[in-house]
Design a binder for this molecule. Structure first.
Ligand code: S3P
Length: 440
C-alpha cells in the first residue's frame, strides 16, 4: 500500500491456494490508546508493535502538537515522554484526526477536561460521521463542545470547564463512546460510570489499570473516579485481530488453503467472528496461547472448509463490528442464506458498510437483501468479475480483494488508498500468501 494516493484502484484476480505463516501488524485500537495514555503518564513509556498506519500516526502527531515528545527508535517502536495528567498544552491550530473515528471520539473526551481550547478535524469520511454520541453525554458531564450542523465534525472543544462524573447508560454498544466518557472521567470530580447494552472492547479500561489508575470493570460496565495519576509503563501491542480476519476468511474460502497467523490478539470482545465462522463450518484452530502486553494472544491455524449460511447471533455483533465486510464475503461464498440483524452501527462506519457491501456484492452477481440494521446474503452462487467501489473504506477494499480470489473474472476495486489507515502492507502480505492483487 505504500505510496497509494486517493482514488487509486486495485485489480484483484483469483490467485493460488493461500499458504504460509503470516504476521499481521499491530492493533489499531491499542495503538491509539498507547499514545494517549502514555502521553498522560508520569515518566517514559516504550511502545513496541505500534501500528504504523495512518490512523494511529494521526493520533501520534496530535500528541506531539499537544507538547509530548515521542521518539521513533525504529519501525513499530515509540518512546513516549509522558507529561503527566495535567501536562498537555494548547496546540497552535486544529488537530487533524485523519480518517480515525477512534482518534476523534476518544480525544473529544480527553480534551474536554483540559484547561485550553482545541479543535478536532478529520478527512471527508470522518467529517460525515456522527459525533453527538460523544458530545451529548460529555455535555452532561459539563463539557462544552460545538459541532457543525447535524452533530458533525469539526469539534470545537472549550477548555477550562469543571467536569462532573455521571452514571451513563449508553444506548449504543460503542467502545469509542465508553472510552470518551472514561477519559473525560479522568478529569472529572467524583465517579464516572458507563453501562453498555452489549459489552465492547475494553482496551481503555485494561490500559488505565496497567498504568496504575484505579478502575472497576466487567463486560458491559466500567467505573472510575477522577484525581489519580498514571505511571509510565512499557506497552506491547498485539497483532490486530481485525487485520488477521481478512486472512482467516480468505483461507477458509479458497480451496486448498492452509495458513498460520502468528500471535494474534484474542481479546474476547474482539473475536466474535471466530464463533460465527466456526458455526458456519470453518476449520480454525488455536495454538500456543499466551499473553502479550496484558492481552491474550495465540497462533491461529486456518484451513479451507466449505461454509454454510447462518443467522448471526446478535450477542456477537458488537464483538465483530469491524469484521462484517469480511463476513459478508464469507456469506456470499457459503451455501444458503446468512442473516445479519441488529447491526445498524455498520451504517455509520468509515462508509455505510451495509450499503457498500451490498452494492459491491451485487456487482459480482450475489443477491443481497438490505434491511435498516443488516442484510440477508444469498450465498453459494458463482461470483463473477466486475467493478466495485470501496468508498474510501479500508475494510471494504480488503474484503473485496478476498471476494476476487473466488470470482471468475477480474475485480476492479476503486479508491483503495485508505487501506493504509489500518493495514499498511496488506497487498504485499496478501500477494505473498497467494492472492492475485495488483495496482490498476
Ligand atoms: C474502536 C471501536 C469500534 C471499532 C473501531 C475501533 C475502538 O467502534 O469499530 O474500529 O478502538 O474503540 P465503536 O466503538 O464506535 O463501535
Amino acid at each position: 500500500m505504500s505510496g497509494g494516493s486517493a482514488g487509486r484502484d486495485w485489480i484483484a484476480t483469483r490467485g493460488t491456494a493461500l499458504r504460509g505463516e503470516l504476521v499481521v501488524p499491530g492493533d489499531k485500537s491499542v495503538s491509539h490508546r498507547a499514545i494517549m495514555l502514555a502521553s498522560l503518564a508520569d515518566g517514559v513509556s516504550r511502545v513496541e508493535g505500534f501500528l504504523e498506519g495512518e490512523d494511529a500516526r494521526a493520533t501520534e502527531a496530535i500528541f506531539r502538537r499537544l507538547g509530548v515528545r515521542i521518539d521513533v527508535p525504529g519501525e513499530g517502536s515509540r518512546v513516549i515522554h509522558g507529561v503527566g495528567i495535567d501536562g498537555l498544552r494548547a496546540a497552535d491550530g486544529p488537530l487533524d484526526c485523519g480518517n480515525a473515528g477512534t482518534g476523534m471520539r476518544l480525544l473529544a473526551g480527553l480534551l474536554a477536561g483540559q484547561a485550553f481550547d482545541s479543535v478536532l478535524v478529520g478527512d471527508a469520511s470522518l467529517s460525515r460521521r456522527p459525533m453527538r454520541r460523544v458530545t451529548v453525554p460529555l455535555a452532561r458531564m459539563g463539557a462544552r463542545i460545538d459541532t457543525d450542523e447535524g452533530g458533525l465534525p469539526p469539534l470545537r472543544i472549550q477548555g477550562g470547564n469543571i467536569l462532573q462524573g455521571i452514571d451513563f447508560e449508553s444506548g449504543i454498544a460503542s467502545a469509542q463512546v465508553k472510552s470518551a466518557m472514561l477519559l473525560a472521567g479522568l478529569y472529572a470530580r467524583g465517579t464516572t460510570t458507563v453501562r453498555e447494552p452489549h459489552p465492547t472492547r475494553d482496551y481503555t479500561e485494561r490500559m488505565l489499570l496497567a498504568l496504575g489508575w484505579p478502575i472497576e470493570f466487567s463486560p458491559g460496565f466500567a467505573r472510575l473516579e477522577g484525581g489519580h495519576r498514571l505511571q509510565a509503563r512499557d506497552i506491547l501491542v498485539p497483532a490486530d485481530f481485525s487485520s488477521a480476519a481478512f486472512f482467516i476468511v480468505a483461507a477458509s474460502l479458497v480451496p486448498g488453503s492452509e495458513v498460520l497467523l502468528r500471535r494474534v490478539g484474542m481479546n474476547p470482545r474482539r473475536t466474535g467472528l471466530l464463533h460465527v465462522l466456526r458455526a458456519m463450518g470453518a476449520d480454525i484452530r488455536e495454538a500456543n496461547p499466551g499473553e502479550q502486553g496484558g492481552e491474550p494472544v495465540c497462533d491461529l491455524h486456518v484451513r479451507h472448509a466449505p461454509l454454510r449460511g447462518i443467522e448471526v447471533p446478535q450477542a456477537h455483533v458488537a464483538e465483530m463490528i469491524d469484521e462484517f465486510p469480511a463476513l459478508f464475503v464469507a456469506a456470499a461464498c457459503a451455501s444458503g442464506a446468512t442473516v445479519v440483524r441488529g447491526a445498524a452501527e455498520l451504517r455509520v462506519k468509515e462508509s455505510d458498510r451495509i450499503a457498500t457491501m451490498a452494492t459491491g456484492l451485487r456487482a459480482l452477481g450475489v443477491q443481497v437483501d438490505e434491511t435498516p440494521d443488516g442484510a440477508t446474503i444469498h450465498g453459494g452462487g458463482a461470483l463473477h468479475g466486475g467493478h466495485v467501489d470501496s468508498h474510501g473504506d479500508h475494510r471494504i477494499a480488503m474484503a473485496f480483494a478476498i471476494a476476487a480470489q473466488l470470482a471468475e473474472g477480474d475485480v476492479r476495486i476503486g479508491d483503495i488508498a485508505n487501506v493504509a489507515t489500518s493495514f499498511p502492507g496488506f497487498d504485499t502480505l496478501a500477494r505473498g500468501a497467494g492472492f492475485g492483487l495488483a495496482m490498476a
